[in-house]
Design a protein. Sequence first.
Length: 117
Amino acid sequence: MQRSRIPFFAVSALAGAVLLSGCGQSESAQGQSQAAQAVPVGVIEMQSKPLTLTKELPGRVAASRIAQIRPQVNGIIQSRMFVEGPEVEKGQALYQIDPSTFEAEVATSKAAITKAQ
């Protein structure tokens, strides 16, 4: 079995080498005939320019952290003392609450103390 395989592989390799050597010569002959014919071409000079690429895509933005602001006392808010968006400092006043309710409670408490004395 091994004797019949060796001549087969040798003949196949020799045939492949002959075929490949023949292909290389015909390509070089064609390349020389094509090179002899001049073909007119156009030329453009390239210049670099700044290019800004933009895409408008639909989407929604959500904050990664959310803070809920709640008052420590009840009352009517007169004004908001901050702008939405930037950071606020610790202890910074955020709202002005109507003091009339608290002033009335203080007056009532003082009257009760005076009456008790």
